[in-house]
Write a protein that binds this ligand. Sequence first.
Ligand code: GLN
Length: 309
Amino acid sequence: MLCKTNEELNALVKEAKSFTSNGKVADYIPALRKGNPSNLSIAINYPDGLCISAGDVEKKFTLQSVSKVISLALVLIDQGSEYVFDHVGMEPTGDPFNSIAKLESMIPAKPLNPMINAGALVVTHMLKGATVSDRFDRLLGFVQELADDTSISFNKEVARSEVETADLNRALCYFLKQHDIIDEDVEELIDIYTKQCAIEMNCLHLARIGLVFAMDGIDPDSGKQIIPKEYARICKTFMVTCGMYNASGEFAIKIGIPAKSGVAGGIMGAVPGRFGIGIFGPALDDKGNSIAGIKLLEMLSNNYKLSMF
Ligand code: GLN
């Protein structure tokens, strides 16, 4: 994709960069410690093909929790919404993304929503495919289609590093298995989930995916409906209610757009009917969101009146 450097965006990135020193890179997945906390980049992709960007735009990062909204879209296509919401709920939790606290009280029901780890693991469990690698390959193919780049792959080092340290996610899986919410081998599910989180791209790709969600699931170039409109709507609603973990309420008030963040520093934004946003800034705040990325979105939202509310 051709993306032009933009002076206005450059100035905003410069201003937001000063906030990177107030955050730190995620360290609970050892490979993520290698992130450079002063990186910051943004791309904005419009439906007519225009793309503007600023900062370290070629820097690649792993999707981490941004992948949760993409796997949800594919599972909705695979299984239909009735089946999906028989297995995962629709309510925000107000707890950190990896919290195990509410799991016991929800039994015999289901994890509260697909954006927390417990719910995302159930979503990944529902991905269709004959084998474990089929299921991951289908998800990767879907990401490639959304981003319009077949060279997108996953970062093996990050995936391995997370497999080696994913004991809390394993605990969530064993709990879900004990209560018959999932019924597959836990290590297989952890294998797909960690690869899903390790899918790697730059902010231009992320803006392109955000644009497809912003345009109700339509590929801006081919006009193809990649995600049915109803499912794109469901995904964007989750992005508003739980996309920024337990900071989603404040984000909705201050910024007011559907967005999803990940602990590698990515934020995908989808401004309905207008454009997609991809941000990368690995210095995180205490909730696990890109600290300078949020500042950048706050400035954009104020300057260009982006809030939906
Ligand atoms: N792979 C990460 C995990 O499950 C994703 C978390 C995140 O980005 N919040 O812990």
